[in-house]
Structures are given as C-alpha cells and as structure tokens.
Design a protein. Sequence first.
Length: 261
Amino acid sequence: MNLKNMDLLKKLCETPGVSGYEEPIQKIVRDELEKITDKVKIDKLGNVIGLKKARKKGGNKPIKVMLAAHMDEIGFLVSFIDKDGFLRITPLGGFDSRTLIAQRVIVHGKRDIEGIIPLPKTMLLPKEDNKKYIDMKDLHIDVGMSKEEVSKYVKVGDVVSLDQNFMKLNEQVVTSRNFDDRMGVFVMIEALKRLEDCYADIYAVGTVQEELGIRGGIVASFSVEPDIGIAIDGSLAYDFPDVKDEDKHCLLGSGTGIYIL
C-alpha cells in the first residue's frame, strides 16, 4: 500500500458511524462524492448515492454500474445504567465478545465520554467454573463516574463506538478499528477520482446498516437498478499461523480478493 495519501482514509476511519447512526460518516462521504461526481443524493434510509455520468456513447443507453461500500461500523447501544454508574450494552452488529475485554470505548451522549470494558465477573471465578465463552450480557462499560454524574450526560439508547484510532504500523501497513468497511469506502472514492471518461453511468454508493443485515445495499439497488453491481468490503487475511494452505484465499499485501456471487 502507498501510504503517501492516507489523510482521507484516516479521516474516514476516525469518524464515528455505528450501524443505524451513520450521520457523521454520511456527511464526510457526501462531501467527498460531491467533488468527483455529477450528482449526489441521500435516500430515505440514509444511503449516499453519487452518479458519475457516462462521457462516451457506446449504444442507445449507457449501462449502470453500481459500486457499493458500507459506511457503518459495529458498535453498541446503552441499554441500562446501574446503581453504581456502570453501563450495560446491546451490540449493533456482530462481535466476538472475547475480543472486547479491556477495549476502550467512546459513549456518544450529551458529550463524548471515554470508558473501558473491564473483565466480566465470570472471568474472576475459579478455573473450573470459568466459562470459556463470554456472554455479551456479562459485559459492561466503566466510565469512572457515579450514576448521578454519568446520568447527566448519558441515557439509555445512546450510541457507543470502539476507541481505536488509525495507526501506521510501518511503511506498508496501517490499522484501524473499522477497515470493515471504511477501507472499502476509501477505495470506492479513490477509484472514482482515477476514473476517466467511460461508456457507463457509475453509481458510487455509501450504504448504511450493512452490519444489521445488508439493509442499505438492498434499498439502494432498488433505487439505482444497476446492470452490474460490485460490492467493496473488508475480508480477513488468512496468512497467519495454523491456517491450511488451501484456506489461504486472501493474503496481506497480495492484492484484492474477488468473490463472484
């Protein structure tokens, strides 16, 4: 990866946009698409749809090509504030709850409040009683405040995002909490910047609520009615220890994985 022009990727990754609450990242994507497309609209669900019209004539009517990358990221909702000020949470999107221990989070209430997900009580039991699987209902957020204090800023239903900033590991590798799918959004925008005059109408769509069931992409496809659809999304790099060679279908630094559905 060429890391010389990473300002946009960093901006995309550090802007919150939990699934169903994408307004902050929606604005960034809209602003970027307005610079490089002929027309931008936001549909009723919240998808950002930019159209770059065909500049060449190859027939009676240009085909429609839809590029789709989802703007939303996984996160949580505050579901309860207990008597000691700890926040119970409900996930928005799929989590492996084992990866959440000691993670920093940001609670987006009346003001942003930083917190942490501590070790759950089940992990403090004797080994023979300790569950290997951690249930999401056993987790909570500690913001270091009493219930009276935290209730001034946080209410049930407020959104919570993970607090992991964009970081450069070396000259070839960067990391962030939400490359699924801010990396895809970045690739879509950069591809349109490089796109020369062509025979097709190109629709670049930043979709919403993918983590809740690919909702935005389906709604946008009914609106655009494309002839060809290309989804740009994040995948796993399988080149790590103990993975069989036949299962290594995506490797870090080896280019794009292409899946045909």
